[in-house]
Design a binder for this molecule. Structure first.
Ligand code: BYC
Length: 329
């Protein structure tokens, strides 16, 4: 397991909480302990708001950027049924972003600001979408396993403390479960197809495995936000717990298809019940999430073009509304 040092610098939470009123903070934490949902107009520590905005915003960005690698395969998907299914999936992902931006807006950050922060590289999004989908098989592996990983994380967090995020996650998980079935079916089709199809899916699996291992975030020991997020029930499972659950659910399914994974050390320890694996390269992870991955620039360039090309639509939508606004007395 992970034995290295820190990957990220940990914020000083005591310092960040020192201006909060202790009584209000205690009441807030008691509500969370009782399993109550926190709603937008309820009192919350500034740090809870800030952390939620960071996490929900990154999640929303991941959905729209995540639509890109699969989106490029819609026109090249093999056959009408696959095209229809992939188109519906990609459309769902963009819809998830809408739900998540709306949830983050309830915390006081405007959608325009969030999109600006995405394009300028101020906000992060999931590491995994900075890798290329070279073949149709890459697209099927994303649909199956990235969506599978997302469900593990989101199903846990949908039981969390912030009402608007949890409600968005519930709906997202319902849709993702269809994506996962579609992706699994497409992978099975390739894995049981011709030798060329089988080779194609095998290679794709090897390409996506390291970013998939990164997808759940740094090892718990190196996660800087988990402690406070778990204390406030924003995160309901740690990074390692989600990674373990994913391995437990999907490695047997991958092996069942006779496919291999690029990690000779991957095995379940029958005594501990934990999966053992080679730590993925966390330096690469850090580079990729900080803007220096194989396709970061291209992904942001697409978003930037979409923003500037769509500006006239947003302005046209807003203009007539402004004319009907009655000034407040
Ligand atoms: N990628 O302290 P840690 C989808 C950052 S989309 C990039 O453990 P935390 C789909 C982290 O932000 C679903 N960055 O953080 C869409 C932090 O940096 P900052 C995507 C990552 O928040 C289309 C630093 O590393 N899912 O499924 O406690 C098509 C330290 O990490 C990543 C979500 O967004 C990463 N993978 O835990 C198909 C879930 N991991 O912010 C499919 C929502 C870590 O201090 N997010 N970092 O600069 C979460 O659940 C949590 O934020 C994480 C990280 C588990 C990802």
């Amino acid at each position: 397991m992970y034995g290295g040092g820190q990957i990220f610098e940990a914020p000083d939470y005591k310092e960040l909480l020192k201006n909060e009123d202790p009584e209000q903070l205690a009441e807030f934490e008691a509500r969370i302990d009782r399993g109550e949902k926190i709603e937008p107009h309820d009192w919350m520590p500034a740090l809870y708001r800030k952390q939620l905005i960071r996490m929900i915003e990154q999640h929303a960005h991941s959905e729209i950027i995540g639509a890109l690698p699969e989106g490029t395969w819609i026109t090249r998907a093999p056959g009408f049924k696959r095209k229809l299914a992939l188109m519906a999936k990609v459309q769902d992902e963009v819809g998830h972003a809408q739900l998540l931006y709306a949830a983050a807006e309830t915390l006081g950050k405007s959608r325009e600001q969030m999109l600006d922060d995405l394009i300028t590289g101020k906000s992060k999004y999931s590491n995994i979408f900075n890798y290329p989908a070279f073949t149709w098989a890459d697209s099927t592996v994303i649909s199956w396993l990235v969506d599978a990983g997302a469900i593990v994380n989101q199903l846990a967090n949908s039981k969390g403390s912030y009402g608007p995020y949890c409600r968005a996650l519930e709906r997202i998980c319902a849709e993702e479960s269809f994506h996962l079935k579609y992706g699994h079916h497409a992978v099975i089709h390739l894995a049981t197809g011709s030798p060329i199809q089988r080779k194609m899916v095998q290679e794709a699996l090897h390409r996506w495995w390291p970013p998939l291992m990164h997808f759940f975030g740094p090892p718990d020991k190196a996660s800087v936000h988990s402690e406070i997020l778990m204390r406030w029930k924003v995160k309901m499972a740690s990074n390692d717990e989600c990674r373990q659950q994913f391995l437990d659910m999907y490695v047997p399914k991958i092996w069942e298809l006779g496919l291999t994974l690029p990690d000779p050390n991957l095995k379940k320890n029958q005594e501990t019940g934990q999966w053992e694996y080679t730590e993925p390269d966390w330096e690469e992870f850090k580079r990729v999430i900080n803007g220096d991955g194989p396709l970061n620039k291209e992904r942001l360039a697409v978003r930037s073009t979409a923003e500037s090309r769509g500006r006239w639509v947003r302005e046209a939508l807003l203009r007539p509304k402004a004319e009907y606004v009655t000034p407040l007395a």
